[in-house]
Design a protein around this ligand. Structure first.
Ligand SMILES: [Ca+2]
Ligand SMILES: [Ca+2]
Ligand SMILES: [Ca+2]
Length: 217
C-alpha cells in the first residue's frame, strides 16, 4: 500500500503527461457527470453509470454543496455514508484485467469534512467472488484532506474484477470518494517487446543482429 498526498486530479494529469512508462487507462470514474444535476440523497444503483450500490446508501455530492469539496475542487464526488442511516458499499462494473501486465488502481478520498472519524475499506474482487486484495484505511479523521490511494497488481490469468468501496458508521457522514482509475502499464514484466515499444524493439533487434554477427565472427 502506498499513499501520497497528491490529489487524484493532479495525479491523473501527471499520469497523462508522464512519458516514462506508457500506460493505458482502462477505467475512470470522476462522478462529475452524476453530480451535474445536483445533490442526490441515497443515490439509487441505477443512478451510476459504472457502479452499483451493493449495500446501504451513498450520496452524490456536487462541489460545494453543504460546504463539501470534491477532488480537485470541482465536479462531483460520493459521500460513502448516505442519508439513509445505513452506510454504503459501492461496487464497480466488471473491469477486464489482462494477465502479464502490471495494473495501477488509484482513487482519491478525504475525511467526512463534517465530524468524526471513519474507516474506508477498498477491495478488488474477481468475477467469481474471490478477494484479490483488500485494505482498510482506519480511523480517517473528518479533517483529513484529499489523498490519493494507489495499489499495483497483476493477475496470473485474464480475469474481470470489481472495485469495492465500503464504509461503516451509519451516521450519514462518510469519507468522500472520487477520481477512481485503473491503468494498465503497457510494458509487461517480461522482456517481450510490444509494438507499442517500437524504439525498444529496434534496440533489441539491433542487439540481436550484433550478437549474431559476433557468433559468426
Ligand atoms: Ca469528481
Ligand atoms: Ca460517471
Ligand atoms: Ca461517519
Amino acid at each position: 500500500m502506498k499513499k501520497t498526498f497528491l490529489t487524484g486530479a493532479a495525479a491523473l494529469s501527471l499520469l497523462a503527461a508522464g512519458p516514462a512508462a506508457a500506460s493505458s487507462m482502462i477505467f475512470l470514474e470522476t462522478f462529475d457527470d452524476e453530480a451535474a444535476d445536483g445533490y442526490v440523497s441515497n443515490a439509487p444503483s441505477t443512478f451510476f453509470d459504472q457502479f452499483t450500490v451493493t449495500s446501504g446508501s451513498v450520496d452524490i455530492i456536487p462541489q460545494g454543496v453543504f460546504g463539501l469539496s470534491c477532488d480537485g475542487g470541482a465536479g462531483g464526488c460520493v459521500d460513502m455514508d448516505g442519508s439513509s442511516g445505513a452506510s454504503g458499499e459501492l461496487t464497480s462494473d466488471l473491469i477486464a484485467i489482462q494477465a502479464g501486465f502490471d495494473h495501477d488502481v488509484a482513487f482519491a478520498y478525504s475525511g467526512a469534512q463534517r465530524g468524526g472519524a471513519d474507516d474506508l475499506m477498498f477491495s478488488i474482487i474477481d468475477e467469481f467472488g474471490g478477494v484479490l486484495f483488500t485494505d482498510t484505511i482506519v480511523g480517517l479523521s473528518f479533517s483529513a484532506p484529499y489523498a490519493l490511494y494507489t495499489h499495483s497488481f497483476s493477475v496470473p490469468v485474464d480475469v474481470s474484477v470489481s472495485l469495492v468501496f465500503e464504509t461503516f458508521g451509519n451516521d450519514n457522514q462518510g469519507p468522500l470518494l472520487d477520481s477512481i482509475s485503473v491503468f494498465r502499464l503497457d510494458n509487461p514484466p517480461s522482456d517481450v517487446p510490444l509494438p507499442a515499444a517500437a524504439p525498444l524493439m529496434a534496440l533489441g533487434l539491433a542487439g540481436l543482429g550484433l550478437a549474431a554477427r559476433r557468433r559468426k565472427g
